[in-house]
Write a protein that binds this ligand. Structure first.
Ligand code: URA
Length: 193
């Protein structure tokens, strides 16, 4: 089956299986690099695109440092719906971390996205995609960031989530070092020419 058809079928299957609006991945199906975040937030759901709004701004800064363009890559999330809870006082939705049930349900789509795209490099952003790809819920980004791993024939480069670096300024130096290491790896391996 043609990649595009397989991909559209996958997206439709995910849409049918979800009671909530979804944000699927976005980008080239022949991308050499796939970036994986945690889950969409309010803005992403509104625009039906991953990493827009503030998260998108953080990601754009990241891409600029690594010298890659959004047009060259594929961006997605482990969970395709927005995990939220309701603030009792205001009645408004607040983001929360995805739970194990949501991760299990949606990671099956993530693995199929990766099978279709077959990237040379997967960059995970934060703990959720790292734990999911390693299939190890004890894995921690603080121990594993900034290195290349070959796990089940997938080349993975774990990074802190760009938003975590905004909340925790002390991570900034480490994060920039990791980004430069990633940039060097991409250049040395000729992943994006
Ligand atoms: N954070 C994520 O991990 N993914 C998004 O799409 C937006 C914010």
């Amino acid at each position: 089956m043609q990649k595009e058809v397989e991909y559209e079928n996958l997206k439709n299957e995910c849409l049918k299986e979800s009671e909530e609006p979804i944000v699927f991945g976005e980008g080239r199906l022949d991308a050499k690099i796939v970036l994986i975040g945690e889950a969409p937030g309010a803005k992403e759901i509104e625009m039906r695109k991953p990493f827009v709004g503030q998260a998108g701004k953080n990601l754009d800064e990241f891409l600029e440092i690594v010298e890659i363009s959004r047009d060259d890559i594929y961006i997605t999330n482990v969970v395709k719906i927005r995990p939220y809870r309701i603030n009792k006082k205001t009645g408004r939705k607040i983001n929360r971390a995805p739970n194990k049930r949501e991760i299990d349900k949606y990671s099956k789509y993530l693995f199929k996205e990766l099978e279709i795209i077959k990237p040379k490099l997967i960059v995970t952003l934060g703990n959720v995609p790292l734990k999911t790809l390693l299939n190890d819920f004890d894995a921690k980004i603080s121990n594993l960031h900034g290195q290349v791993y070959n796990i089940s024939n997938r080349i993975i480069f774990p990074l802190y989530h760009p938003a975590a670096v905004i909340y925790n300024r002390s991570l900034r130096g480490t994060y920039l070092e990791d980004l430069n290491r990633l940039k060097k790896y991409i250049k040395e391996k000729g992943i994006i020419k």
